[in-house]
Design a protein around this ligand. Structure first.
Ligand code: FRU
Length: 328
């Protein structure tokens, strides 16, 4: 009897220092564990482009069956993905994009739409015609979600005569890139009505500054990610720290599903766009309940799998004993 082929998926994650990426890895692992013939190897580039390139090259050399990459930046990672494609390795790009279209599939939410959602939230939560001042805090400039979120946000705001983006802070996705810059900005200009930060970590940084200036009640802050769990965006909305967050699903499970379809020889969509939604005080409880349920199910699956593993181990050792006893 022919043993089922074992396939290796190599994933190069941009970094794993934040919970959003930890959640992406976890979702990948859970999905992988449903397929006994899949082996998932994750490398962490620690937010270092050269390291990420070297890790992708390692996987090319190893000849993984499918490569998944979440690029730190678009331009510098593009050639090495092309190299993987030329080596015949199907390559899935997740979350941040590369330049051009030489990849097998992309999975992620529409970041232009995320920016539009944030802007529309501001419009629908203010009085018609009311003069509003906004500050935008962007993600790392050479990564595609930062560019696209800004693009969507600006497009919607530019149609509103009464709303003005008075300043932009170039953040790098992390809270530390916000604190000092926002502090000196708020000291030098009139406080804004809204702040749109490109993710919840930077939004939290903005709130800390607002609080230190006694402005936490008058500035409404919007983030992106909407993670479940302690200090995640959902919790921040519940605690009224953020007015809203725009859900940015990690796509971890979807990427593994795409990989399995590729390995089965199925045709897949090139661009796989995930749904997003604004989470604010109106729907935060519903969202939290949904995530609770999903989380519970994932934990159940993980537990069941460890029980199955134990049973297999017991079976194998009993089988071994049996064979010795009957002299095989
Ligand atoms: C996580 C993160 C998220 C953000 C995404 C953009 O590392 O910074 O907060 O939404 O990357 O690629």
């Amino acid at each position: 009897q022919k043993q089922e082929d074992i396939y290796t998926i190599g994933f190069v994650q941009a970094m794993t220092s934040d919970n959003w990426r930890k959640e992406m890895n976890r979702a990948m692992k859970v999905e992988t564990s449903m397929h006994p013939n899949l082996n998932l190897e994750i490398k962490d580039a620690h937010n270092d482009v050269d390291r990420q390139i070297a890790q992708i090259e390692d996987f090319i050399e190893k000849g993984v069956d499918v490569l998944i990459v979440s690029p730190i930046q678009s331009v510098p990672i593009t050639p090495v993905i092309e190299k993987a494609m030329n080596a015949g390795i199907p390559t899935i790009v997740i979350d941040r994009k590369i330049e051009g279209s030489n990849y097998t599939a992309y999975v992620g939410a529409n970041n232009v739409e995320i920016g539009e959602n944030a802007a529309n939230y501001i419009i629908s939560n203010s009085n018609p015609g009311e003069e509003l001042k906004l500050i935008e805090i962007t993600g790392l400039q050479s990564s595609s979600p930062a560019y696209e979120r800004s693009q969507g946000f600006r497009k919607v705001i530019s149609n509103q005569e009464n709303i003005e983006v008075v300043a932009t802070i170039a953040g790098d996705w992390e809270k530390t890139s916000v604190n000092k810059n926002l502090q000196s900005l708020i000291d030098s200009i009139e406080a804004p009505d809204f702040i749109f930060a490109h993710n919840d970590r930077m939004a939290m940084g903005a709130w800390e500054v607002a609080r230190s200036e006694n402005l936490a009640d008058s500035i409404q802050i919007i983030g992106v990610d909407g993670l479940f769990g302690p200090s995640g965006g959902i919790q921040l909305v519940k605690e009224n720290i953020l007015a809203a967050t725009v859900l940015y699903p990690t796509g971890g499970a979807e990427a593994i599903k795409l990989a399995t379809q590729l390995l089965a020889g199925d045709n897949i969509e090139k661009n796989n766009i995930l749904n997003t939604v604004v989470i604010d005080k109106v729907n935060v409880d519903i969202m939290q309940n949904q995530f609770n349920k999903m989380n519970q199910q994932q934990n159940d699956i993980e537990q069941q799998q460890s029980v199955i593993k134990e049973q297999i181990a017991t079976y194998n050792s009993q089988n071994y004993l049996l064979k010795i006893m009957v002299g095989l």
